[in-house]
Design a binder for this molecule. Structure first.
Ligand code: SIN
Length: 496
């Protein structure tokens, strides 16, 4: 069936679809009056349009956030906790509409979108609980008569640059800790998926978030100009960015003039290793989950799947069998397991990687092309065997539904291969040998390790990378540290 017939369920609350940016508690357009269109990646039909904001619009949003910071930083942690808790509850109450928006603009199947809403809301719940726990320390001084304490203070106005692959969760994972700490924010929503972020703004307004505390600017073609302003504006004290490593490097340069606090969650190239001693069926399930979540469009997706020689063929057969049962279609169709890629550029990149592997001798045993009869953004779920390390799929992040299976001999060889990457976000392995489990977990050069599981993301776990995957941690008890400064206070001349 051609996807132009794919029908979007009506929103229960139509006021959650906003086509304006959100600044100082008000819905606003760009000063220039310009807009850009947002399309459904499944049908390519227009969903709506949003303001194409410029530097001038962003400067205004930053000023409002700065004014709001003066009073918001003085609120009690308990007050901020209640605001986040109320926002969380409103997300739960409006989960079905939020999921509809996510599927509509991002393309992921509705069941996955519902999962994302829960994941996203849980960051507000988590940080509503962390807000009252931003403790300082008492430190014994080495100078007689001195007493030292530390307090943690909000860093100030934060610029939060979020990606399209998790239109809700990457907003809440940054906004939750920022507001919990007492910061105010200007969020730059992704041009591909602004509507979910704007619906969150509407819910934030209903939750009572004070004007100016949470602002969203929207743009598409002007993204470089808007990002630059956020990075260079001296009023912004911190940038949190989720996106590619090359863009992260550019933003870091732009931030250097004002030496901002930074947390960057950048590209990954996750190794997924299955040792001979693993439970193969469980490893297949884990690899499917780690590789094909959001059709391979997450930074923590398995990118290089290494299978030990003795079980390579058994693993490949079972893996391909599972993939052959996927139902690829528009996200609103009943039974769809995997949706389209975000846009044609993503499809071209994925296809280029497949062609590169093919040309270098790999076997494409499934997929490897666009799906006939669906829109141009639908790429077949692809399984490739006989992978070699000179292939692009080994060296670069795919961000698409291609599973390349590599064969290896020894633990030492695979650990070396796994670490032959400039990035280090997530890594996974399956084994039942407890000594090996410790050895490999400690040896992998990544920020997050999944042992006998293909999914590691949750609000309680610190999310972040090493090497050129960036720095800083999101979620968990550490996430709030990124939005606070430690102030040391020494009391002198105390008589014992
Ligand atoms: C990402 O792809 O950037 C985030 C993935 C996750 O939260 O699991």
């Amino acid at each position: 069936m051609p996807l132009s017939t794919h029908s979007v369920p009506p929103l229960k609350d139509k006021s959650l679809l906003r086509e304006e940016a959100f600044v100082n508690g008000k819905w606003v357009g760009a000063k220039s009056g310009k807009t850009f269109d947002v399309h459904d990646p499944a049908s390519n039909e227009k969903i709506g349009s949003c303001p194409e904001m410029t530097r001038e619009d962003v400067v205004l949003a930053i000023q409002h956030a700065h004014t709001a910071f003066k009073s918001f930083k003085a609120t009690t942690a308990r007050e901020r906790s209640r605001l986040l808790r109320r926002w969380y509850e409103l997300m739960v109450e409006n989960a079905s509409d939020l999921a509809t928006l996510i599927t509509w603009e991002n393309g992921k199947p509705l069941a996955d979108a519902k999962g994302e809403v829960t994941y996203a809301a849980n960051f507000f719940e988590w940080f509503s609980e962390e807000a009252p726990r931003t403790y300082g320390d008492h430190i014994p001084s080495s100078t007689a008569g001195n007493r030292i304490i530390t307090i943690r203070q909000p860093v100030g106005v934060c610029g939060l640059i979020t990606p399209w692959n998790f239109p809700a969760a990457m907003v809440t994972r940054k906004v939750g800790p920022a507001l919990a700490a007492g910061c105010t924010v200007v969020v730059k929503a992704p041009g591909e998926t602004p509507f979910t972020a704007l619906a969150l703004a509407e819910l934030g307004k209903r939750a009572g978030i004070p004007d100016g505390v949470f602002n969203i600017v929207t743009c598409h073609d002007n993204t470089p100009e808007v990002g630059k302003e956020l990075c260079e504006n001296p009023t912004i004290k911190k940038i949190s960015f989720t996106g590619s490593t090359p863009v992260g490097k550019l933003l870091m340069q732009q931030c250097s003039g004002t030496l901002k606090k930074l947390s960057f969650e950048l590209g990954g190239n996750a190794p997924f290793i299955v040792f001979d001693d693993a439970d193969v069926d469980k490893a297949v399930d884990g690899a499917i989950a780690a590789k094909f979540r959001s059709s391979g469009q997450t930074c923590v997706c398995a990118n290089r799947i290494y299978i030990q020689k003795g079980i390579y063929q058994a693993f490949a057969d079972k893996f391909a069998d599972k993939v052959s049962n996927f139902k690829v279609n528009g996200g609103f169709f009943e039974g769809t397991t995997h949706g389209p890629l975000i846009h044609k550029k993503a499809v071209s990149k994925v296809h280029d990687y497949v062609e590169d592997a093919r040309a270098k001798g790999a076997n494409v045993i499934m997929g490897g092309q666009c799906i006939d009869g669906l829109g141009p953004n639908f790429y077949g779920m692809t399984v490739i065997t006989g992978m070699k390390k000179d292939m692009k799929l080994h060296q670069e992040e795919t961000f698409g539904p291609i599973a390349g299976l590599f064969e290896f001999d020894t633990e030492a060889e695979v650990v070396e291969l796994a670490n032959q990457s400039e990035v280090g976000l997530a890594g996974y392995f399956y084994s039942k040998d407890v000594d090996r489990i410790w050895r490999v977990a400690e040896a992998l050069e990544v920020g997050m390790v999944g042992i006998n599981t293909g999914l590691v993301s949750e609000p309680a776990a610190p999310f972040g990378g090493v090497k050129q995957s960036g720095f800083g941690r999101e979620g968990s008890k550490y996430g709030i540290d990124e939005y606070t400064n430690i102030k040391m206070i020494t009391f002198g001349g105390i008589k014992a």
